[in-house]
Every structure is written in structure tokens, then in C-alpha cells.
Design a protein around this ligand. Structure first.
Ligand SMILES: NC(=O)c1ccc[n+]([C@@H]2O[C@H](COP(=O)([O-])OP(=O)(O)OC[C@H]3O[C@@H](n4cnc5c(N)ncnc54)[C@H](O)[C@@H]3O)[C@@H](O)[C@H]2O)c1
Length: 347
């Protein structure tokens, strides 16, 4: 079946925007028609490097003057709600980067704008497109792990993501939770079939600048740093499922570790390195399948973008929907609130 090509615009041509620009440019069914960045130098460079004809420093001018089918939003979280709602209202479908917004109120407005305009809203939780994630989701959905009982999830980095202002709360919405751990929260909720979070209890700390103080790229960055870089939590989910989360940017390990171990009534699934353990004669045995493990970040970005392009062209929902990402945002809000007031909060 011949289908129309998709006209795509990218808003925000920074670190993440360049990945999106690369993938859209290489997609055979996409015309990359415009891009936008408030930083004129960055915009010019993106226009040249990716061969984009129409360049804008104000996204409203882009939406007003260029017909687009899909807008990819790669700005920092403080602008996600505003740009997403404007793009949806202009009649475009939207792929917005994670975290969805600054809080669940904003994320809810984005979901509502997509509903009202009857356009697609997808969120950039690309980890779901890793081969190991796809396997884990299938394995759990088919009931082969039994009933999910306990998830241990972690994102343990030894360094701070200095490449963007992830360390300024008014821009990023938060530190290691908002920037990094949301990926793994989205992943585990999806793998388990989105059990509702019921209550959350968290502790957070800012270890910088005592730890990694010397790694700040400038005195300004060091002075502006106002986010948590360590967060530990216990989360209760519907059905009596328990979850613990450990997230750090200042973890003293030689290798960063992202992943989860999910205990079900019939075994345990570990994400990275992928492993499946089942009980035989009262003992755990390794029943990991061969050939399915893959935790390739760039490949997962590519597959996520391909999915959104196909979803828009076929009129079906994307894998990562706005509604699902809103659940992550609600959980993230609850974790921050719990850490702030020092006790468990209900969702
Ligand atoms: N899924 C992933 O793997 C992944 C990886 C990195 C970043 N991200 C997310 O992508 C988003 C962007 O992160 P980044 O690292 O690329 O940040 P960045 O600072 O490198 O890029 C953001 C760009 O947006 C521009 N910008 C800011 N306000 C704008 C506006 N109103 N209109 C147009 N342009 C504007 C900035 O000038 C900048 O060039 C964040 O939400 C981040 O969490 C996702």
C-alpha cells in the first residue's frame, strides 16, 4: 500500500535533538522539513549538518508557517508542555522527549490536548525498544514469570550528565529521578502491565559538590546545581507488588548500571545482563534464552522513532503513549513529595 510521506519538524537541536534529526533524516518515509532552536548558532549548524531547509528560532513561527505532520520536541522539560500543546493545537502529532513535563499537572494538560485535537502524543521512553525489554514484556505478558511480586530497579551512574542543564531544577524538573530514573520506571511499569502505583516513600540527597565537585564544566554550572543526585525509594503498586528504586549520579562504581530484577511467582527476570531464573527441584536454575539480549541505546532510539512514524501513518497508538508516561510523572511527583515531607505519600 502506498502511503503519504510524513513531514517532520524537530524543535530543540541540542544533544538529543541531533539524535532525532539523524534518525528522521535517514527514515525513508520522512521529509525533514524544518527545525527550531532558540540558539541561532546551534540552529544554523543543525540546518547545515542535516540538510534542513527551514530554520526558526521561535517554534510558534514554525507552526504558523510550515505544514507539518509530526513534531519532535527535544527541548528541556520546562518547555515540554507549552510546545507540545501548541503543536497539537496546530494539528500536528507529537513525539516529546522524556521526562514528559515538569509535573503531572502539566503532563495531564498534554494528554488532554492530544485527546481534544485527536492527535497522537508519544513520549521518548526509548528503553522499551531494547531487545531485552521487548523480551521481558512478552515473557511477563505471557505469564511465564507468574504473577509479578517484587521489582528491584536501579540507575547507578558514576558521573553527572553535564551536557545539558539537567542539574537546574527550574529547567529539568529535577535531578537523577527526573532526568534518568524515569526511564527505568517507565520500563518496569510497562513490563509489568502498568499496575497502578498506590504509595511511595523516598529519600533524596544532593551529594554534589562534596562528590564529583571537580567535574563541573564551569563555576556557573557548579553554582546553579540545585537538584538531587541520589534517590532511594520504596513503592507500593496495585496487587500487592513491591518495588525498590535506587538512583544515583554519584555512585562509586567503575561501570554504570541500569536495570531491574523482577521477581515473579515462578521465577526471576534480570534486565541487564539479561537472565531468567526458574525453580527446578527447589533450586533456581538459569533458563535464559539465547539471542534475545540487547540493551543498545542508539538502536532503541531508532526503533522508537520508527514506531512513532508508523503509528502516525497507520493511525494506531505508538508503543509509548502519553497516558502511560503520565503514570510515570505521577509516580515521580509522589517520590519528590515523599522525599520533601519525609514520609510515605499515597497516589
Ligand atoms: N531519551 C533519551 O535517551 C534522552 C537522552 C538525552 C536527553 N533526553 C531528553 O531530551 C530533552 C533535551 O535534552 P538535551 O540533552 O538535548 O538538552 P540540550 O540542552 O542539549 O538541548 C535542548 C535544546 O533546546 C533548545 N531550546 C530551549 N528552549 C527552546 C525553545 N523554547 N524553543 C526551541 N528550542 C529551545 C536549547 O537551545 C537547546 O539547544 C530533555 O528532556 C532530556 O531529558 C532524552
Amino acid at each position: 500500500m502506498m502511503r503519504n510521506r510524513l513531514r517532520v519538524a524537530v524543535i530543540g537541536c541540542g544533544a538529543r535533538g541531533q539524535y532525532h534529526l539523524t534518525e528522521f533524516r535517514e527514515h525513508p518515509d520522512v521529509d525533514l522539513v524544518a527545525c527550531c532552536d532558540v540558539d541561532a548558532v546551534r540552529l544554523e549548524a543543525a540546518g547545515q549538518n542535516f540538510g534542513v531547509g527551514r530554520l526558526f528560532t521561535d517554534y510558534r513561527d514554525l507552526l504558523d508557517s510550515v505544514p507539518v505532520d509530526l513534531v519532535s520536541i527535544c527541548t528541556m522539560p520546562n518547555t515540554h508542555r507549552e510546545v507540545t500543546v501548541a503543536a497539537l493545537s496546530a494539528g500536528a502529532h507529537v513525539l516529546c522527549e522524556k521526562p514528559m513535563a515538569m509535573d503531572a499537572g502539566e503532563a495531564g494538560e498534554m494528554v488532554e490536548a492530544a485527546r481534544a485535537s485527536q492527535r497522537t502524543l508519544a513520549i521518548g521512553y526509548n528503553m522499551r525498544w531494547m531487545g531485552s525489554a521487548q523480551f521481558a514484556r512478552r515473557f511477563v505478558a505471557e505469564g511465564r514469570l507468574g504473577v509479578p511480586q517484587y521489582a528491584h530497579v536501579y540507575t547507578l551512574d558514576s558521573g553527572i550528565p553535564w551536557w545539558a542543564r539537567n542539574y537546574v531544577k527550574a529547567i529539568s524538573g529535577g535531578g537523577v529521578l527526573a532526568c534518568t530514573a524515569v526511564h527505568i520506571l517507565d520500563l518496569i511499569l510497562w513490563v509489568m502491565g502498568h499496575p497502578e502505583p498506590v504509595a511511595a516513600s523516598a529519600t533524596m540527597m544532593r551529594r554534589f559538590p562534596e562528590r564529583r565537585g571537580g567535574t563541573a564544566p564551569s563555576p556557573e554550572a557548579r553554582a546553579a546545581y540545585d537538584v538531587e543526585d541520589l534517590l532511594c525509594a520504596h513503592i507500593r503498586l496495585a496487587g500487592g507488588i513491591a518495588m525498590t528504586l535506587e538512583a544515583s549520579w554519584t555512585h562509586d562504581a567503575l561501570v554504570s548500571r541500569y536495570g531491574f530484577e523482577l521477581t515473579g511467582s515462578q521465577g526471576l527476570l534480570q534486565f541487564a545482563p539479561l537472565a531468567v531464573l526458574a525453580e527446578r527441584d527447589g533450586r533456581p536454575v538459569d533458563v535464559t534464552p539465547a539471542g534475545v539480549a540487547d540493551a543498545d541505546w542508539p538502536a532503541s532510539t531508532r526503533r522508537g522513532i520508527q514506531d512513532v512514524v508508523e503509528a502516525v501513518r497507520e493511525g494506531r497508538p505508538p508503543l509509548v503513549t502519553g497516558e502511560q508516561a503520565l503514570m510515570v510523572q505521577r509516580l515521580s511527583d509522589a517520590l519528590y513529595r515523599s522525599a520533601t515531607i519525609g514520609r510515605e505519600v499515597e497516589l
